[in-house]
Design a protein around this ligand. Structure first.
Ligand SMILES: CC(=O)N[C@@H](CCC[C@H](N)C(=O)O)C(=O)O
Length: 377
């Protein structure tokens, strides 16, 4: 007989089947199968692409409280060695969305069995890692009809011990923009560089130049990050590469800094075109709105957490992570918080392995908070 909690078992099932943005077909089926096992009297279920909305009708609703979880995985090859490792070769729940989903199902299970006064809306959102499911889901007819009056979400934090909840009023996560740069020159034989335009050399020069933008062009009292996470180019060791591609992301705390960083990237790419006699194309891919926590609701949540003995509340600093939940918070007051899961490897690491003890503790804490808020708050 298994001694693990049902929501830990669910997390392990979901951990095995990570799927990329808008391809979360098996995940959606798994979630729906589970949701249909719950008492259905007060539930209304609607699917949206690979996502799901579940409304739990309150007994005397004055408002609707939204609870959002993301559901997608990352194109990272798992190296945890766990017995329930990813069965989808090359994909992994390395950002903890399997934990987020199992906690959301735990909270939903509680309220399907113990209705409260207010209505609740559970949002199982695809494509948080890209290209972004929050904005189109928010704009969907379903969510426009079922628009919560407040909304909350959590993200696991490997760096905090289990039992920790960390958040702050106002800005929590950065503005983000993806960054793809394609360089096209002239390939050729490795022995005749003077007859070619080497895009590996151009790409290396560009990566080094990009590093100076944060150091020299962004106000030191503001913050920005430019990370190139992937470089590809060329075909074989003894041929000069006629093409190269840089893939990365830009993070800034202010909209001004984002504008400045993009202007400088464009100027540097023009310089590379001239210096290396190549063609270049920039694509900014998906952009995410900053995560800005409603000060009043966040303060109230922090006070609630401070009175909850099993939780240690930390007032954290803002982080350069991105989250498309920021789009929901731009329209609906609410907040996001970090949940400690105590893993020596951080988010997006192939060995990230959250402590599953966080799951049941988060479910207990969140059902208490939502019960209080949905009956009295
Ligand atoms: C919480 C988290 O890790 N979110 C991702 C969001 C990525 C957005 C987009 N694909 C980008 O890279 O800009 C993050 O990497 O912060």
């Amino acid at each position: 007989m298994s001694l693990i909690s049902p929501f830990v078992a669910i997390r392990r099932d979901l951990h095995k089947i990570p799927e990329l943005g808008f391809q979360e077909f098996k995940t959606q089926q798994y979630l729906l199968r589970y949701i249909h096992t719950l008492p259905q009297e007060r539930l209304e279920i609607q699917t949206w692409k690979t996502g799901i909305f579940v409304k739990v009708k309150g007994t005397a609703p004055r408002k609707m409280i939204g609870y959002r979880t993301d559901i997608d995985g990352l194109p990272i090859k798992e190296e945890t060695g766990l017995p329930y490792s990813s069965e989808h070769e090359g994909n992994m729940h390395a950002c903890g969305h399997d934990m987020h989903m199992s906690i959301a199902l735990g909270v939903l299970t509680y309220f399907a069995n113990h209705p409260i006064k207010d209505d609740l809306l559970f949002i199982f959102q695809p494509a948080e890692e890209g290209p972004g499911g929050a904005k189109p889901m928010l704009e969907s007819d379903i969510m426009q009809a079922w628009k919560p009056d407040m909304i909350i979400a959590l993200h696991i934090a490997p760096e905090y011990p289990v039992g920790t909840v960390a958040t702050k009023e106002g800005l929590l996560f950065a503005n983000t923009s993806e960054l793809f740069i394609d360089l096209k020159g002239k390939g050729g034989h490795a022995a005749f560089p003077h007859l070619a335009n080497d895009m590996v050399v151009a790409a290396c020069a560009l990566v080094m130049q990009l590093q100076s933008i944060v150091a020299r062009n962004v106000d030191p009292l503001d913050s920005a990050v430019i990370t190139i996470g992937k470089i590809s180019g060329g075909t074989v060791q003894n041929a000069i590469a006629g093409q190269a591609r840089l893939e990365g992301t830009i993070r800034t705390l202010s909209a001004d800094a984002m504008k400045k960083v993009k202007e400088r990237i464009e100027a540097m790419v023009s310089g590379i075109q001239l210096a290396y006699q190549c063609e270049a194309e920039i694509d900014y891919g998906a952009m995410y709105h900053q995560v800005y926590n409603d000060p009043q609701l966040t303060r109230e949540f922090i006070r609630f957490a401070q009175s909850y003995p099993e939780v240690q509340i930390v007032r954290c600093k803002e982080a350069m992570t991105g989250e498309d939940f920021g789009y929901m918070l731009a329209e609906i007051p609410g907040f996001m918080f970090w949940l400690g899961v105590d893993s020596p490897y951080g988010l997006h690491h192939a060995k990230m392995a959250p402590n599953e003890a966080a799951i049941d503790r988060a479910i207990d804490f969140l059902t208490s908070y939502i019960s209080w808020k949905g009956n009295n708050g």
